[in-house]
Write a protein that binds this ligand. Structure first.
Ligand SMILES: *Cc1c(COP(=O)(O)O)cnc(C)c1O
Length: 362
C-alpha cells in the first residue's frame, strides 16, 4: 500500500487503516452515512477547533481546499463589503485572485515570501480604512512554510471589529488553534492535510451567527457555503450533491486516529520533532533553510539548493527510488526545494531520510 513516503503536504502519507476504511460503499440518503458518519465528523471538527463549540458549526464541501476558500469568500463577503487579504505566498495571492473573479472590493496587502505577515501593518491599514468589513489571511503559508502570527493578527482584526477568515488548510489538526479564544469567524481546511485523510473534500468551521447572515449572498450555486450548510444542518448530515462517501468515511477514521494519538497537541509535538530532526540532519550536511527559525512552521520546510548547479530532478529521482517523495520549491526569489513534515511519518523516518540524502550527495 506504500511504495514511498509522501513528504508532500497534501496529499500526504496516510495509514493503511485510513485507506482500508474506504473499502465499503455508502448510500448518501441513509442514516448510516448521514448521521453515523457526516454528523459525527461535523461535531468532532467544532470540538477540535473551539473551546465553546456550541457557537460554531462545520460545513463539508466537495472538492480540494481551494473550493472551500472560494466558497467562503464568495458566500461571506457581499458585493457591498470590503475585503483585506494579507498575502505572503501563493495561497494568500490566490485569495486575491478569487476576490477578482467575484469582483469583490478587495485590497491585497503584500509581504515578502520569506517574512511573516506583520500585524502592525494590518492595524495601520484598518485604522486608515474603516470601511473594511472582512480580513482574510493564511495561517501556515505552505508556499514556504512560514507560520503567520495568527494570535496577534486576530487580536488586531477583532479590536477593529472586522470579520476574520483564516485559511488554516495546512495547519488545522497539526497546530493548536482555538477559534473561540482568537475570535476567528471562518476557518478553512481540507481532508488531506494535518487530519491525515485522503483528498477530495474540504471543510469550513464557522461562527454560527456569522454564517446565518450569509443567506443569498453566494454567486455560485455549487460553491454556496450557506446553502450547503443549511442542507447539512436541516437534513442532519445530508449533502446537496453527490458526496465523496468513501473519502468521508476515511476521514472519520483519520479523526479517530488523531484522538488515539493524543489529539492536536500530541500531533503538533510529533510534527515539531519531525521538523527538528530534518533540519538538524540537513544542516549537518551544509544545507540551509530558506526561513529563519523564528517564522518557520513545523509543517513544511524549504531548503536552498546546496549549489548553483544543483540538479533537483536527479536528486528527486534518486530519493524517490529510496522511498521518499519530496516537493520542488514554489518561490521566485530563490532556488529551493521543500520537504513536508506532516502525515503518517515519524521522527525516525526523518533520520532515515537525512541519512539517505547524505548517501546521495556524497
Ligand atoms: C493545500 C492548501 C490549499 C488548498 O490547495 P488545494 O490544492 O486546492 O487543495 C490552500 N491553502 C493552503 C495554505 C494550502 O496549504
Amino acid at each position: 500500500m506504500r511504495p514511498y513516503l509522501l513528504l508532500t503536504p497534501g496529499p500526504l502519507t496516510t495509514t493503511d487503516t485510513v485507506k482500508e476504511a474506504m473499502m465499503s460503499d455508502w448510500c448518501t440518503w441513509d442514516e448510516d452515512y448521514n448521521i453515523g458518519i457526516v454528523e459525527q465528523i461535523r461535531g468532532q471538527l467544532v470540538e477540535l477547533a473551539a473551546t465553546r463549540p456550541d457557537e460554531y458549526t462545520a460545513v463539508l464541501m466537495q472538492g480540494s481546499g481551494t473550493f472551500c476558500v472560494e466558497a467562503t469568500l464568495g458566500t461571506a463577503v457581499k458585493p457591498t463589503d470590503k475585503l483585506l487579504v494579507a498575502a505572503n505566498g501563493a495561497y494568500g495571492k490566490r485569495m486575491g485572485v478569487i476576490a477578482d473573479y467575484y469582483h469583490l472590493d478587495c485590497q491585497v496587502m503584500k509581504f515578502e515570501e520569506t517574512e511573516a505577515v506583520d500585524p502592525a501593518r494590518i492595524d495601520a491599514y484598518l485604522t486608515e480604512h474603516g470601511d473594511v468589513t472582512h480580513v482574510s489571511e493564511v495561517h501556515c503559508e505552505t508556499t514556504t512554510g512560514v507560520l503567520n502570527p495568527l494570535k496577534e493578527i486576530a487580536e488586531v482584526v477583532k479590536r477593529h471589529g472586522k470579520v476574520l477568515i483564516v485559511d488554516a488548510m495546512s495547519s488545522f489538526g497539526g497546530v493548536p488553534i482555538d477559534m473561540t479564544e482568537l475570535g476567528i469567524d471562518f476557518m478553512i481546511s481540507s481532508a488531506n492535510k494535518c487530519i491525515q485523510g485522503v483528498p477530495d473534500f474540504g471543510f469550513v468551521i464557522a461562527r454560527r451567527s456569522a454564517l446565518e447572515q450569509c443567506e443569498g449572498v453566494a454567486r455560485s450555486l455549487s460553491l454556496d457555503l450557506y446553502d450547503q450548510w443549511r442542507t447539512m444542518e436541516d437534513g442532519h448530515g445530508k449533502w446537496r450533491f453527490t458526496s465523496p462517501t468513501h473519502v468521508v468515511r476515511a476521514f472519520m477514521q483519520a479523526l479517530a486516529e488523531l484522538k488515539e494519538e493524543g489529539g492536536i497537541a500530541a500531533r503538533h509535538a510529533r510534527y515539531a520533532e519531525n521538523h527538528s530532526r530534518l533540519v538538524a540532519g540537513m544542516r549537518s550536511m551544509g544545507f540551509r533553510t530558506l526561513l529563519p527559525d523564528e517564522v518557520q512552521s513545523p509543517i513544511i520546510t524549504s531548503f536552498h539548493y546546496p549549489s548553483a548547479d544543483f540538479d533537483f530532478k536527479a536528486f528527486y529521482t534518486k530519493l524517490k527510488a529510496k522511498g521518499f517523495v519530496i516537493y520542488p520549491g514554489k518561490i521566485s526569489q530563490a532556488d529551493t526545494f521543500r520537504i513536508g513534515n506532516i502525515g503518517d511519518v515519524f521522527p525516525n523516518d526523518f533520520n532515515r531520510l537525512t541519512e539517505t540524502i547524505r548517501g546521495i550527495i556524497a
